[in-house]
Design a protein around this ligand. Structure first.
Ligand SMILES: [Zn+2]
Length: 413
C-alpha cells in the first residue's frame, strides 16, 4: 500500500477487509502442508493486512515504505509522511538506526504528520514497534511466530523472466529459485522465448497476517520452447514427477541468473550457427557479473592466456572440461577444487574482446563441443524405497499445477 489520501481510504479499507478474510483462511501452521491448505489458497493474490490496520483511528493513515540502498533515515521517515519535527526526534531512536536496505516499515501517521506507530520486522523474525511515549518514543521488541501459506502463481514470458514474475507479483527470490531449479535443463540467459510460460507453487511466510518473505518453491512447471518441465521439491532437492533428479552434472549456463544479467538474454540468432563460428558461446553481460562453475571440477588453469585474456579452465569427471574467457577477475587458483555453482571469476573484456562478455567453451576429451547437443547426466533419482512417499506428496502438487495450467490456457484462448 502506497500513499492513501483521505478520499481513497474508504475504498481501500473495504478492499483490505476482504483480503484480510482471505488471508485468515490462507494461513496455516508452519511447515504443515496438505491438500486442504492448497485447496484454500489456490487464489491467493492479495496482500493480507493485520487487523488493526483495518480500523485506523480517524484522521490517520497507514503507509508502508521499503528502506532503500543509499537511503538516509530522515529522508526515509519523510517518505512515510512524518513531519519534520518528528523526523528529527525519530532519527535519534536507536531501533530505527538499525534499519537496513530491504526492511519494510509500516507507519500509522496522523493527519498532521505525527507518527502514531512504526513497526518493522528485524532479523530473526522480531517485530519492532515504536510508539510515542511521554515526550519521546517507546520501543518494544517481540518475537513473532511466522506462519506459512502457499501461493500459486503463473505468468507468460514476454521479454524476460523478471518482467514476467513482476507482472504476476512473484518475488525475485522465487524467480531466482525457478532459474536454479530448472538450471540443468534450461539456460535462462539464452533459451527463453516469448510465449514460454510457467506456474509456481511456493511458500509465503506471514507475520501477524502480513507476508514478510517468500520461502521455498514447492513445485513448478516451466514450458520452454514447447517442452514442459516439472519440478517437485522433495528432501533436499527437486525431482520430476516420475522421481528423476532435476539436478544435472552440468548447469546449462555459466552465468548466474540475476536481474542484471537477465536483461541480456533472448537473443535471436540460433546458437548452433554462432557456436560453429568459434567453438564457443558468448554471453553478453555487464562487467563484474558472477561467473560460476557449471559442474564440480578441479581448476586446470587460471590466468592470462593470449586472446582469451584472463581465463579459467575447469577439468570435470568423465573427460569433460569447460573454459571461461575474457574475465575481469579470477576467483580461483590452479589445482583448487570447485563445486557446481561456485564463483570462479567475473565477466570482463580482457584479451580479444570488443565488449564485455563471457566466452564459454565446453570440451569433451579436449575437443570443443556444443554443450546444447549433449545429453547431460543427472544426479541420483528418488531412492526406490522413498518413491511411494514421494508420489503421495507430489501428486496433489502436480494436480494443482495442471489445474492452473488448464485455467491459464482457457484464459489465453
Ligand atoms: Zn566467444
Amino acid at each position: 500500500m502506497a500513499t492513501l489520501g483521505p478520499l481513497g481510504r474508504t475504498a481501500a479499507i473495504a478492499a483490505l477487509a476482504v483480503s484480510g478474510a482471505v488471508a485468515a483462511f490462507a494461513t496455516i501452521a508452519p511447515s504443515s502442508m496438505d491438500e486442504q491448505a492448497l485447496a484454500t489458497t489456490s487464489s491467493v493474490e492479495t496482500i493480507p493486512i493485520p487487523e488493526e490496520a483495518l480500523l485506523p483511528s480517524p484522521a490517520s493513515y497507514i503507509r508502508e515504505e521499503r528502506f532503500q540502498r543509499g537511503d538516509t533515515l530522515p529522508a526515509f521517515l519523510g517518505r512515510l509522511g512524518i513531519d519534520d519535527e518528528n523526523v528529527g526526534r525519530l532519527a535519534r531512536v536507536r531501533a530505527l538506526q538499525a534499519l537496513r536496505p530491504g526492511y519494510q516499515v509500516t507507519a500509522e501517521v496522523g493527519a498532521e504528520g505525527q507518527p502514531l506507530s512504526l513497526s518493522f520486522l528485524s532479523t530473526r523474525d522480531t517485530l519492532v514497534q515504536i510508539v510515542p511515549e511521554g515526550t519521546g518514543f517507546g520501543v518494544t521488541e517481540e518475537r513473532a511466530p511466522l506462519y506459512t501459506h502457499i501461493a500459486m502463481k503463473s505468468s507468460v514470458i514476454r521479454s524476460s523472466l523478471f518482467a514476467a514474475s513482476d507482472a504476476a507479483g512473484i518475488p525475485d527470490s522465487v524467480a531466482i529459485q525457478l532459474a536454479d531449479v530448472f538450471g540443468g535443463d534450461i539456460d535462462f540467459h539464452r533459451d527463453l522465448r516469448k510465449g514460454d510460460q510457467f506456474m509456481v507453487v511456493y511458500e509465503v511466510h506471514d507475520l501477524a497476517g502480513r507476508p514478510v518473505r517468500a520461502g521455498r518453491v514447492l513445485a513448478a512447471e516451466f514450458v520452454n520452447q514447447g517442452k514442459t518441465y516439472r519440478a517437485v521439491h522433495f528432501g533436499s532437492g527437486y525431482y520430476a514427477p516420475d522421481g528423476k533428479n532435476l539436478r544435472k552434472a552440468f548447469l546449462r549456463s555459466p552465468l548466474e541468473f540475476s536481474r542484471v544479467s537477465s536483461g541480456f538474454g533472448m537473443r535471436k540468432h540460433p546458437i548452433a550457427r554462432e557456436w560453429r563460428a568459434h567453438k564457443g558461446i558468448d554471453y553478453a553481460a555487464p562487467i563484474g557479473t558472477r561467473v560460476r562453475a557449471v559442474g564440480d571440477a578441479v581448476v586446470d588453469y587460471a590466468g592470462p592466456r593470449g586472446g582469451y585474456g584472463n581465463v579459467v579452465i575447469l577439468r570435470h569427471h568423465g573427460g569433460y572440461s569447460t573454459v571461461y574467457a575474457h574475465l575481469s577477475r579470477i576467483a580461483v587458483k590452479r589445482g583448487a577444487r570447485v563445486g557446481q555453482n561456485d564463483t570462479i571469476g567475473f565477466v570482463g573484456m580482457t584479451g580479444w574482446a570488443t565488449g564485455p562478455h563471457l566466452h564459454y567453451e565446453f570440451r569433451v576429451g579436449g575437443e570443443a563441443r556444443n554443450p546444447f547437443s549433449i545429453a547431460m547426466p543427472a544426479a541420483l533419482p528418488v531412492p526406490p524405497q522413498d518413491l511411494p512417499a514421494f508420489r503421495a506428496y507430489a501428486e496433489p502438487l502436480v494436480a494443482r499445477l495442471e489445474l492452473l495450467a488448464n485455467s491459464n490456457l482457457a484464459l489465453l484462448e
